[in-house]
Design a protein around this ligand. Sequence first.
Ligand code: 48H
Ligand code: FE2
Length: 259
Amino acid sequence: MKLDELVITKAIVEGYFKKLMNCLELDVAIVGGGPSGLVAALELAKAGKKVALYERKLSVGGGMWGGGMLFNEIVIQHEAKEILEGVGVNVRPYEVEGYYTADSVEAVSTLTSKAVKAGATIFNALSVEDVVVDDEERINGLVVNWTAVEMAGLHVDPLSIHCKYVIDATGHDTEVVRVVARKMPGRLFTATGNIEGEKFMSPDRAEKLTIVNTREVFPGLYVAGMAANATFGGPRMGPIFGGMLLSGAKAAREILSKI
Ligand code: 48H
Ligand code: FE2
C-alpha cells in the first residue's frame, strides 16, 4: 500500500479529539500517574466508572520506574502483594518474611496496561493547573493545559473538564491540594486547615499513615499516595511501594461508595 501523510494526520487528530470529547464529563479525574494514581484508575475503571488520568510527563509511572536509587526493583509488603499479583506482576518473596520484590518496569507497565484495558483514559503530557469549584464551593472539575505550554512559560489559557470527584495523586508536591490551599486558605480537612507537609523518613509509620491519610481533603477532592502524606503531615517511607498501591485502591473504594 502507498502511505498518505494526510490520512495519518487525520487519524491522529480524529482519534485524539474523540478521546478528549469523551472525557469532558467524568465520574473521576485523577491527577498524576504514579503508582497510587494508576491503581485508583484501574479500580475505578474496573467498577465501570468513567475515569481519566492526567499526567504531566510523557510517561506515567511517576517515581516507581527507578525503584530505589535507580535500582529498578521495588519492595512491597505482604498487605499489597495481592494488588500486583492480581494484575499478573511477578512478585517474589524476599528472604525476610512479609517482604516481596518486583521489577519496577514490569510493575509500571502492567498496571498501566490493565488500567487502560479496564477502560481508563490516560492523557499524558497534560498538566493540571487549577480546579473548578461549583456554587456550593465543592470541586467539580479540573483546569488543564499542555505541559509544553507550562514548560515554555507561554501565557496560554487552559481548558476545563467536569467530574464528580478529583483524586490528587501528584506525589510529594501534592499539587492540586496546594492550589486549593492557596486559593482557599484554612479550608482543608487537615489539623490546621492547610498543608501539613511531609515529615522525615520512617517507613513503618509512613506506610500505615499513608492509608489513614488517604481521604477527602476538601469537598470533592481526595488525596492518595505521597500527596496524602504531604497533605496530612505523614513521614516519607523510601522505596517501598505497598502503601502507594493500597492508597490508590482505598481512594477508589471510598469514591465508589459515594457514586
Ligand atoms: C499532572 C502531575 C502534576 C500535575 C504531578 O510521585 P508519584 O510516583 O506519586 P505516588 O504518590 O503515586 O507515588 C509516590 C512514589 O513514587 C514515591 O515518590 C515514594 C514512595 N517516595 C517515598 C520517599 O521517601 O521519597 O507520581 C506522581 C505523578 C508524576 O508522574 C508527576 O509527573 C505527576 O504525578 N504530576 N501530573 N498535573 N499538576 N503534578
Ligand atoms: Fe519519593
